[in-house]
Design a protein. Structure first.
Length: 80
């Protein structure tokens, strides 16, 4: 994959729709989120927020039309 040191810079938009309880019913491999929704998943933290969000597994959500200068996108790749 070749990417290193990618945490703590910006929140990362993910393609998944957000559901607070999704992981209780999701598949173990490549959970892609619900089929539809009103909010998209955001992962990680940024320089603008509390230290507890400065980890790559931090998970939150926002309406997809929101724009902030501390948001980027998350790259992903399926590994067989």
């Amino acid at each position: 994959y070749g990417l290193y040191n990618m945490s703590e810079g910006v929140h990362e938009w993910c393609a998944d729709w957000y559901s607070r309880v999704y992981y209780k019913e999701s598949p173990n491999r490549n959970p892609t989120g619900p089929q539809q929704g009103h909010r998209r998943v955001a992962r990680g933290g940024s320089w603008r927020h509390l230290i507890r969000f400065a980890r790559c597994a931090a998970r939150s959500s926002l309406a997809p039309e929101k724009q902030f200068n501390d948001f980027g996108f998350r790259s992903a790749m399926t590994i067989d």
